[in-house]
Design a protein. Sequence first.
Length: 371
Amino acid sequence: MLVADRYRLHTVIGRGGMGEVWRAQDEVLGRPVAVKLLLSDVADASAEARFRLEAQTSARLNHPHVVGTLDFGTWQGRCFLVMELVDGDSLAGELATGGPLAPPRLAQVAQQAAEGLAAAHAQGIVHRDIKPGNLLSDHDGTVRIGDFGIARFVDDPSAGLTTTGQIVGTGLYLAPERAIGTPASPASDIYSLGCVLYQLAVGRPPFESETATALLYQHVDAPPVPPRQRGAALPPAFEAYLLSMLAKRPEERPTAREVADWFRGGAWRGAPEPLPPEQPGHVPGPHAAPRPALQPTAGAALIAPAPAGVVDPPLPPVQAVLDTGWNTTVHRVPARRPALAGPLRRHRRAAAVVGGALLFVCALLLGMSLF
């Protein structure tokens, strides 16, 4: 099959809910390429917009650790995207066939994936779906980031092509701030990369659950089990840095550039680095200046432990809906949780009672002094 009188399709090398990827040959330039072809039964305006966005996003990046875009067009009413062919496997396949990665290989993956993310973040692009299947490994082990289908530009919130109250991404690797409905940021990609590295080290992701709701709550509330407690043969410094990438608060995570530099420098082989001394009035944060605390956006779930003795009403389930992208899940975010209203009102009543009692005592003492 010849697409656009130029790209001869040979074999399917990947398939998702939105389309399929073919190994192909560029008949004009005589080189192997990968052609992503939009499926005809999902070729609506939204899918075409997502497809076009992926082409425009990845075309802005020219980096050895990002899969490059070569061409984009329409053929027989179907959009197609031509990309560099990564002649290897994804890290999901590498994990499935070889088991958990050794620390040197894991450090290489971390450094190269972070290099690609740093290039994207420098262009104002947030990937939003970092997972093992989207990290591709060449025949020589070079890691490259692919699938910018749900990426968004930091300065253009509408570019994500999502609706209010939805979380787009893969739940196993979703950052806590995104689980409560906050827009993705570069720090969100770092958390996702941390989840991927954790899985590649241990053999399983840091958080798992049978329900999407419970999984999102774990990302927000539960601390990850240190990888070495799960049998990962990581140096202490490596483990400590990996856990810093999984910090619940975005401002406490390193940047992509910091991650790349740290692993390239070989610091992962040594002992954990001591934290800098805390300065008076300084909010701890080893990698960046403090930013405002996480606040849920409208329509998002406020996730926080209830006070002792207070039973929260059951939350509405998070409904997984069909993705319009590549093996990616879109979750409906539950409505804002009202469970804290009761405790807050009780606290206000208690404060009012205490305040009234103090006023009464003061008045009594004043009266005694006057008589």
